[in-house]
Design a protein around this ligand. Structure first.
Ligand code: GLN
Length: 497
């Protein structure tokens, strides 16, 4: 069941939270040995669920999602479960506080099922860089589930959770959604608190929802959105109900008269033919509903990946400096060694290759003499990309792109080629650089290999509700094109194995 359907059944008393939670724990026990979506499964989820059931029976005023299970990406710190961010350096770490989004989820009565696997410190597009082994794509276990949030996306696609929390610095919610046939939304920068989300690149990171339906993402987003005094970049905005926006989109004719920008500089070359044709079919379907396609120019998007791989490593090298063998997690003692020896040995043992690669890139880009040439130039490109968005949004309501260039690739296929891996985020990165929101909605199955494909919709900053409206309309329109309802299809292949 979707989270919305579960919430309805819980409210009507047709099921209990203990039953809903038990069903998901059984599903995890049945399939997670192969999928490996979870790093940790909560040993007290049933107690939390029983407490919700008791409070409901006592007539407490519970929120609309009370009793619904939730998966949590391991980048988010939790007091009652370990947090590793996919890294050995945080093995054994237990947070003294909950991330704000986790605290809000608990307050809403959601039942945390466990922590999901991720690329180490959220670096990568395949989840193969997790220090705890890769997650597999439930549609085809030889394929990656995307990344960095492959665990959250795979858990949701494999029905191991109705929805999940993710984080998106360059595409880590949207690209996994694309390759697993799920929905994922990166909110406007500042729209959701980053407090307790282990920082990758602070000026790019956003926490957001992952689910099988647009409405479910909206429901979860309603729980986690809003100002947080613990996050200095948190917006003070009062957000509209995203769930209302999604319901509105599924009903109304929001596509009529919608001006959809298509970026002329994003050519079909480099995009797998099945992904391109699914994208164009989705556009045609929207035009048939009265939407208008507008060619827009965003000449600086093509420099997005290059700028991102200077800004991100620069910020990451600084953020990761705190893993110093003293304050958190792992410490490798060096008998007779200095504190620097212990630090260096611990960091060498605790960080994986991709993390080391980015720390080296970042410290190099920030070093005296190179700062203006690399970091300074990248920040200028970032401003130009923001200006591209501003010019486009003066003419269109939303921008549409394929969510990623290819369907799920095979495990190992891109592991030895970091640059190839980086290019998976070519269409998602501009939104992080500009701080605008983006959603990935399933648009069908690609012709070549029958694997899921998503369409990305981008809106101006603060217009997240527009994405739920358009996303729900798109979902209603495209589900038929799958040859069956989305909810019936996702787990089949994983189960057949
Ligand atoms: N794949 C991108 C990277 O490796 C995205 C990461 C993210 O969004 N956390 O940086």
């Amino acid at each position: 069941m979707s989270a919305a359907d579960l919430a309805g059944a819980l409210a009507d008393g047709r099921i209990s939270s203990v039953e809903a939670t038990q069903a998901h724990l059984e599903r995890i026990a049945a399939v997670d040995g192969e999928v490996h979506a979870y790093l940790h499964v909560s040993d007290h989820a049933l107690d939390v669920a029983a407490d919700i059931d008791r409070r409901r029976a006592a007539g407490d005023d519970l929120g609309p999602l009370a009793g619904v299970p939730l998966a949590i990406k391991d980048v988010l710190v939790t007091t009652d479960m370990p947090t590793t961010s996919g890294s050995k350096i945080l093995e054994g770490f237990r947070s003294p506080y909950d991330a704000t989004v986790v605290a809000r989820s608990r307050a809403a009565g959601l039942v945390p099922l466990g922590k999901t696997n991720m690329a180490e410190f959220a670096m990568g597009s395949s989840t193969e860089h997790s220090a705890y082994g890769p997650t597999r794509n439930p549609w085809d276990l030889d394929r990656v589930p995307g990344g960095s949030g492959g665990g959250s996306a795979a858990a949701v696609a494999a029905f191991e959770a109705p929805f999940a929390l993710g984080s998106d610095t360059g595409g880590s919610i949207r690209q996994p959604a694309h390759v697993t046939g799920t929905v994922g939304l990166k909110p406007t920068y500042g729209g959701v608190s980053r407090h307790g989300a282990i920082a990758l690149a602070s000026s790019l990171d956003q926490v957001g929802p992952v689910s099988r339906t647009v409405l479910d993402s909206a429901l979860l987003h309603d729980v986690i959105a809003g100002h947080d005094p613990h996050d200095a970049t948190s917006l003070a905005d009062a957000w509209p109900s995203f769930a209302d926006a999604a319901r509105d989109g599924a009903r109304g004719d929001v596509l009529r008269g919608l001006r959809i920008g298509v970026v002329s500089e994003l050519p079909d070359s480099g995009v797998q033919p099945g992904v391109a044709s699914s994208f164009h079919a989705a556009l045609s379907a929207m035009v048939a509903q009265g939407a208008e396609l507008v060619d827009i120019s965003a000449p600086h998007f093509e420099y997005g990946v290059a700028a991102y791989y200077l800004i991100l490593p620069a910020e990451a090298s600084s953020n990761l400096a705190k893993f110093d063998s003293v304050r958190f997690g792992l410490r490798v003692d060096v008998p007779g060694g200095t504190v620097e020896d212990v630090m260096a040995t611990t960091r060498d043992a605790g960080f994986g290759d991709e993390v080391k690669r980015r720390i080296i890139l970042g410290t190099y880009a920030l070093s005296a003499g190179y700062y203006d040439a690399y970091y300074g130039s990248a920040q200028k490109v970032r401003t130009l990309i923001q200006q591209d968005f501003a010019a486009a949004f003066a003419r269109v309501d939303v921008i549409a792109t394929p969510s990623a260039p290819t369907t799920a690739f095979r495990l190992g296929e891109q592991l030895e080629d970091p640059l190839q891996m980086y290019l998976n985020d070519v269409t998602t990165i501009p939104a992080n650089l500009a701080g605008v929101p983006g959603i990935s909605v399933p648009s069908g199955l690609a012709g070549e290999d029958g694997l899921p494909v998503g369409i990305q919709v981008l809106a101006p900053a603060r217009e997240d509700a527009r994405l739920y409206r358009v996303g729900a309309a798109l979902e209603a329109l495209l589900v038929d094109d799958w040859g069956g309802p989305l909810l019936d299809r996702a787990p089949r292949r994983g189960e057949d194995r």
